[in-house]
Ligand binder design. Structure first.
Ligand SMILES: Cc1cc2nc3c(=O)[nH]c(=O)nc-3n(C[C@H](O)[C@H](O)[C@H](O)COP(=O)(O)OP(=O)(O)OC[C@H]3O[C@@H](n4cnc5c(N)ncnc54)[C@H](O)[C@@H]3O)c2cc1C
Length: 438
């Protein structure tokens, strides 16, 4: 019998590991609690109505349908018995010879899980639908209040959008919401002016996009402000509830609060009782195996690894780097671990320790502006946006998706319209609307 490889998680790391095991003498079972692979970098476009979910996601089963040595299982892993080499699913156990953990992260509410209810983060397609619904509903509520002559303060609360955390996701969401309110929705309402919406971005640290060089952060900040986003740095959110947030002791009434602050790893480290860093990532060996378990690997956002790097043009850096929580390390680690497993299954020597090909970072700040840090070159503006667009289209799974997205972007570019402006379900009844002031 060929060795059985279980991969938990069909995100960037897990999917690329499975695909890289195509010709290996192993049987693979890919387990995910969702039936789709999600291209997260464009999730904010679903949350803001530019794209629909199926344009940035693909069913794992059909992506892997031609790969005969892979079985896809829709299930949730709840634990691991490493001594028996068994993965625990909800209703059964599955044995493995090799195990790859690629279960990603979740947003961290700094010990205040009760905030999650009022301030959703953008992790899944469900979150994107929920957020789009919340945003559109806030405009609807404001219109309804204005048309019935209600207090201006409550209308303003409905039109205040507070985003917590000014990393890539916060900046992307804030810029897109600002453009949405000033362009796409500008002619849709009779009693309110959507352009008067307040898009407020709060960052606990001293600057936005903290992982970027300072001058790119400053450029992104200036562009955000030109779009009308109000940016507050050194602004720690200390409370979130149905009415809004508290920042620096001051209450900010806001009907929509969106979370993009700290993250915490999935419980994979706890399943194995493995050494973990502060955010719960597993401190892996240089070959990405879990200490004490050479047959178990953790990759992507599940792993804490300091590795040597080369930049886009192949120059080796002098100091090793902590792998950032973005797609590229997950993809490269997935492929690397697949090569380790393939060689071990074939009885061949294992490859040299993992090194990271650091292609740099890109962040979008609106529909035609981005910042690019390619390490050997750093720039902002339309050229960076063009690069972002090309790279993201290239990595999107499936030709049809690529085509639809290009067409949709083209349409948005010409008309400034948002295509997806319906929200799922009915308008919530008054009891359901989170609105203590109403
Ligand atoms: C909104 C957003 C925007 C982003 N934008 C960018 C960007 O522009 N560029 C970039 O490079 N990176 C971006 N990232 C980060 C990037 O998406 C992650 O670093 C990357 O997805 C990590 O890949 P992964 O394979 O480790 O985990 P993921 O891609 O998160 O995949 C984890 C998978 O595991 C599954 N899973 C989790 N727990 C279980 C369980 N118990 N049982 C079964 N299945 C389970 C999940 O359903 C999921 O499919 C963004 C992230 C978010 C949330």
């Amino acid at each position: 019998m060929p060795p059985h490889v279980i991969i938990v998680g069909g995100g960037f790391g897990g999917l690329h590991a499975a695909q890289a095991l195509r010709s290996a003498p192993v049987n693979v079972t890919l387990i995910d609690k969702r039936n789709y692979h999600l291209f997260r970098p464009m999730l904010y476009q679903v949350a803001t109505g530019l794209l629909s979910g199926d344009e940035i996601a693909g069913p794992l089963r059909s992506i892997l349908s031609r790969q005969k040595n892979v079985d896809v299982l829709l299930d949730e892993v709840t634990g691991i018995d490493a001594s028996k080499r068994i993965v625990r699913l909800r209703h059964r156990d599955l044995p493995y010879n090799f195990l790859i953990l690629a279960t990603g992260i979740r947003y961290n509410y700094f010990g205040h899980d009760e905030w999650r209810e009022f301030a959703p983060g953008l992790e899944s397609l469900g979150d994107a639908d929920l957020i789009r619904g919340k945003v559109l509903l806030a405009f609807e509520r404001a219109e309804e209040l204005a048309s019935s002559g209600q207090a201006a303060s409550e209308i303003q609360r409905q039109l205040t959008f507070a985003l917590v955390g000014a990393g890539t996701v916060g900046v992307e969401m804030a810029s897109t919401l600002a453009e949405m309110s000033r362009m796409a929705l500008s002619h849709d309402f009779r009693h309110i002016d959507p352009a008067s919406a307040r898009i407020c971005l709060y960052e606990a640290g001293p600057r936005i996009l903290p992982t970027y060089p300072e001058h790119l952060s400053m450029k992104a900040l200036r562009h955000l402000e030109s779009l009308g986003v109000r940016v507050y740095t050194n602004a720690r959110v200390t409370a979130v509830d149905a009415g809004g947030i508290v920042v620096g002791g001051q209450r900010i009434p806001a009907a929509t609060v969106l979370w993009g602050a700290g993250v915490v790893a999935s419980p994979a480290g706890r399943w194995l009782d493995a050494p973990m860093d502060k955010s719960g990532k597993i401190m892996v060996e240089p070959d990405l195996s879990v200490p004490g378990h050479p047959e178990v690997f953790a990759i992507g956002d599940t792993a804490h690894l300091v590795a040597s790097t080369r930049n886009l043009v192949g120059i080796k850096s002098r100091t090793p780097m902590l792998m950032p929580g973005v797609a590229q390390p997950a993809i490269q680690e997935g492929k690397y671990v697949a090569s380790v497993i393939r060689r071990r299954a074939q009885g061949r020597p294992v490859p040299a320790p993992f090194w990271y090909w650091d292609k740099g970072d890109l962040a979008i700040v609106g529909r035609t502006y981005a910042v690019a840090d390619l390490r050997f070159a750093r720039f902002a503006g339309f050229p960076a946006w063009l690069l972002w667009a090309v790279v993201h289209i290239y990595f999107l799974i499936g030709f049809a998706n690529r085509l639809f997205v290009v067409l949709q972007w083209g349409l948005d570019f010409l008309t400034k319209h948002r295509q997806v402006r319906v929200f799922p379900g009915e308008r919530p009844s008054a009891e359901n609307v989170i609105d203590p002031a109403a």
